[in-house]
Design a protein around this ligand. Structure first.
Ligand code: ZN
Ligand code: ZN
Length: 292
């Protein structure tokens, strides 16, 4: 028991000091300033070349989403989640060693060049996330939490990180075992996170440009806006365009849906009229639904 308390304490202290160090020490691999820089970049593009010209610069819920960006990217992931997982991963590894397993690696890629390892993590992780995203739509309990992301009424880059913290728990838990089965020889995947962050911001931005044939490979605003469409046809009643960074999974598995330009399509979901608008009410909404 003392062990657990110590692990939690250590987790919090480590990440609190990490966060403080990030803010006070700008450097090239600094998540805090990268998030600011990538956000500023897309905000400028939205100001200079908006896709929906009539949309306010500081659109509806801009500041709510701005808060979500920092909450989800730092406060929750770094402080709360990491402290908790330190305990769980420790338990998990202990349980594995009890049954004689010391590691889960099934595919060894540590001899690959660094770029090959980074690319494979990027693709594999995106594929796992595509399935998890489908699950968030398909499972009615998870959907209650995912509604937070779909409650966006006016689209802009910051909407990317408007999601319930339970999503972090679900995504990270479900990706843990598959990723642990790949034996990476590097542990620095910073660039993969920043690329995923940038593509995610782009997908939600009020800015677009044609990717040409690359639209079948990479997700983009013209495609992702249909993921947020209020009305979807019967065929896609559980959602469409689930892609995060890559769009190819939707084309391969028949979930791509782009009937026409979605520039001014109505966003949200049927029933959103009763969905709360504040951070705290959104935070408890899914749990209240679970009890019903
Ligand atoms: Zn979704
Ligand atoms: Zn989205």
């Amino acid at each position: 028991m003392e062990n657990i308390v110590e692990l939690i304490r250590k987790g919090y202290v480590d990440y609190a000091s990490y966060l403080w160090r990030e803010i006070t020490h700008p450097h090239w691999k600094n998540y805090f300033y990268w998030l600011l820089a990538v956000s500023l970049f897309f905000f400028l593009l939205e100001l200079l070349r908006p896709w929906r010209k009539g949309q306010a610069k500081f659109r509806k819920d801009f500041w709510l989403d701005f808060f979500y960006m920092f909450f989800n990217f730092f406060l929750f992931s770094l402080l709360i989640y990491n402290a908790a997982t330190e305990v769980l991963v420790n338990f998990f590894n202990k349980a594995l060693s009890q049954v004689g397993m010391t590691n889960l690696v099934a595919i060894e890629v540590s001899s690959w060049p660094v770029w090959g390892q980074l690319l494979s993590l990027f693709v594999v992780r995106d594929f796992i996330h595509w399935w998890v995203h489908r699950l968030l739509h398909r499972n009615r309990y998870l959907w209650e939490f995912h509604k937070v992301h779909h409650s966006v009424e006016q689209m802009g880059f910051a909407a990317h990180l408007r999601f319930h913290w339970m999503e972090t728990v679900v995504y990270r838990s479900l990706e843990y075992i598959p990723l642990a089965m790949i034996g990476f020889g590097i542990d620095d995947f910073f660039i993969v996170h920043i690329i995923a962050l940038s593509i995610g911001h782009f997908n939600h931005a009020n800015f677009t440009f044609s990717l040409g044939p690359f639209k079948y490979l990479f997700n983009n605003p013209a495609m992702h806006i249909w993921h947020h469409a209020y009305y979807l046809p019967e065929k896609h009643k559980y959602g469409a365009n689930f892609g995060l960074s890559l769009s190819i999974w939707d084309y391969l598995f028949g979930t791509a849906y782009l009937p026409k330009s979605g520039r001014n399509v109505r966003l949200g979901f049927p029933g959103m009229e009763d969905f709360p608008h504040s951070f705290w009410k959104q935070a408890i909404y899914g749990f209240r639904k679970l009890k019903k």
